[in-house]
Design a protein around this ligand. Structure first.
Ligand code: ZN
Length: 73
């Protein structure tokens, strides 16, 4: 990745400081968003697998198999 040039009227040091701060903050926000998304997906799978009836899960998986054209029976 090439090094971006600072906009006119801004020294390289000021620009580096500004972009470092911005990148650091957005990286933290991105990490929190990723952790939250993974937690929601993981808990959703655990609750779906734990509370759904086995026959309903089997039927859903079976329907997906047929819908995607996977050889079944
Ligand atoms: Zn089938």
């Amino acid at each position: 990745m090439s090094k971006p040039k600072p906009p006119s009227g801004m020294t390289a040091k000021e620009y580096r400081h500004m972009t470092t701060q911005t990148l650091g903050l957005s990286a933290v926000r991105s990490d929190i968003a990723a952790i939250f998304a993974v937690a929601v997906i993981g808990l959703g799978i655990v609750f779906a697998a734990g509370h759904a009836q086995a026959s309903a899960l089997h039927d859903a998986a079976h329907d997906v198999r047929h819908a995607t054209g996977f050889p079944c029976h």
